[in-house]
Design a binder for this molecule. Structure first.
Ligand code: NAP
Length: 333
C-alpha cells in the first residue's frame, strides 16, 4: 500500500503518516500484541509505536525479525519509561529495548512522560508513588542530554517527547542541543488540544496522536463517568454516514487532515486494514473538518492521576493548564 510519508526536516528521513499502537491497555497479552503487529506488517503498516513499559518488545522483536522487511523500510519508535530517567539509565534502557526488538537502532526514541514517576503495572487510579515528583526542568535536561548522546552514538536516529505541554516545551527548546522531532500526545475529535497542536506544528515538531479513536478499551484507571465517546459523537457519526464508513475511519481522517500522525491499536485484521485505508483516500472536506472542530469538548482521557506527587491538588496539575509549572519549594535544588 502507498502509505503517505512525512519528511523530517532535520534529517530527510521519512515517517509513515500512520502507525500502529502496541499498548494492550492491560488486557491484550504480549503474544496477542505481537500477532497484531505481524498482521499490521502484512497489511502494509511500517510505523510501529512501541514502549518499554508495554512489556511486549521481546515478542514484537521476534515478529520484526521474522517479517524479513528491510530495516530501512520500517519506522520503529520506542519510549524511555519513567523509572529510567537520569544520565546513567537512558543508555541502559535503550540498549535493553534494542536487544528485545532485535534492532541496531531506533528511528525515534521518546521520553514517555516528563516525570520520573511510575506505578506498578495494572494499578488502580488511587495508587500514589511516595517518590513522585513534579516536572523539574534541570532534572529533565539531564535525561534529555543523555537522549542527545544516543543520537551521537547512532543508537537512535531521532529523539522526541511525549505528554509534554507547551509550558514544558518552551523550557526544553531553548535549552536543547538536539531538538525533539515529535511530541506524542493524546489527540482525537473530542480532545483536539488546539493551542498545543498549533504550537508544535509552528515549531516543526510532528504531533503523533495517541488514543486516536478515543481508546474505547483503555484501562479502568483511565475511565471517568463523564468521558465522552468519540466514535458515538453526533458530528463524527454524521461525517461517517456521509462517507459511508465506520466512525473510527473519521477519527483517523480527522487526524490526517490536521497534520497528526495517528497510531491506532487493534488486534483485529479487519480494523487494522480499515484504519490504514482510512488515511489513503476519500479525505474530509474543509467543511467536514470545520464540523468536527465542534466535537472538541476538551475530554482528556489519559489524565495521569497515578503520576501525581504529594502536593498536587489533582490531575490538572500534570498538564500546566494555566501555563504555569508549579514546583513546591522542597523539590528545588
Ligand atoms: N505516549 C503515551 O503516553 C501513550 C498513551 C496511550 C497510548 N499510546 C499509544 O497509542 C496507541 C493507541 O492508543 P490506544 O490503544 O489507547 O487507543 P485507540 O487506538 O484510540 O483505541 C484502540 C481500541 O480501539 C479499537 N479499534 C481499533 N480500530 C477500530 C476500528 N476500526 N473500529 C472499531 N474499533 C477499533 C481496538 O479494539 P480491537 O482490538 O477490537 O480492534 C482497541 O481496543 C497505543 O496502543 C500506544 O501505542 C501512547
Amino acid at each position: 500500500m502507498n502509505v503517505p510519508y512525512i519528511t523530517i526536516e532535520q534529517t530527510g528521513a521519512k515517517m509513515p503518516a500512520i502507525g500502529v499502537g502496541t499498548f494492550g491497555s492491560d488486557h491484550v497479552s504480549s503474544t496477542e500484541m505481537a500477532r497484531s503487529v505481524e498482521r499490521a506488517l502484512k497489511l502494509g503498516y511500517r510505523n510501529i509505536d512501541c514502549a518499554r513499559v508495554y512489556d511486549n518488545e521481546k515478542e514484537i522483536g521476534e515478529v520484526l525479525k521474522a517479517s524479513g522487511i528491510p530495516r530501512e523500510e520500517l519506522w520503529i519508535t520506542s519510549k524511555l519509561w519513567n523509572d529510567m530517567h537520569g544520565a546513567k539509565n537512558v543508555g541502559i534502557s535503550v540498549r535493553e529495548t534494542l536487544a528485545d526488538l532485535q534492532l541496531d537502532y531506533l528511528d525515534l526514541f521518546l521520553v514517555h512522560w516528563p516525570f520520573p514517576n511510575f506505578h506498578p503495572p495494572k494499578c488502580d487510579v488511587n495508587t500514589r508513588n511516595p517518590d513522585a515528583r513534579p516536572y523539574i526542568h534541570e532534572e529533565f535536561m539531564e535525561t534529555w542530554r543523555a537522549m542527545e548522546d544516543l543520537v551521537d552514538q547512532g543508537l537512535v536516529r531521532h529523539i522526541g517527547t511525549s505528554n509534554m505541554t507547551k509550558a514544558k516545551l518552551e523550557l526544553l527548546l531553548p535549552d536543547c542541543r538536539i531538538r525533539p522531532i515529535a511530541n506524542e500526545m493524546e489527540l482525537h475529535p473530542c480532545f483536539q488540544q488546539p493551542e498545543l497542536l498549533s504550537y508544535v506544528k509552528e515549531e516543526g515538531i510532528i504531533p503523533i496522536g495517541f488514543s486516536p479513536l478515543g481508546s474505547p478499551n483503555r484501562p479502568e484507571r483511565d475511565t471517568t463517568e463523564t468521558d465522552v465517546v468519540d466514535m458515538e459523537h453526533p458530528a463524527v457519526l454524521a461525517v461517517a454516514k456521509a462517507h459511508k464508513v465506520h466512525p473510527a475511519a473519521i477519527c483517523l481522517k480527522w487526524a490526517h487532515a490536521n497534520g497528526i500522525v495517528p497510531i491506532p491499536q487493534s488486534t483485529k485484521e479487519k480494523n487494522l486494514k480499515s484504519n490504514l485505508e482510512s488515511i489513503m483516500g476519500d479525505p474530509l472536506s474543509l467543511m467536514e473538518v470545520a464540523m468536527l472542530k465542534e466535537a472538541d469538548c476538551n475530554n482528556r482521557l489519559i489524565k495521569g492521576q497515578v503520576f501525581l506527587w504529594e502536593e498536587a491538588k489533582d490531575w490538572t496539575e500534570l498538564w500546566d493548564e494555566d501555563a504555569l509549572i508549579r514546583v513546591p519549594d522542597r523539590y528545588k535544588r
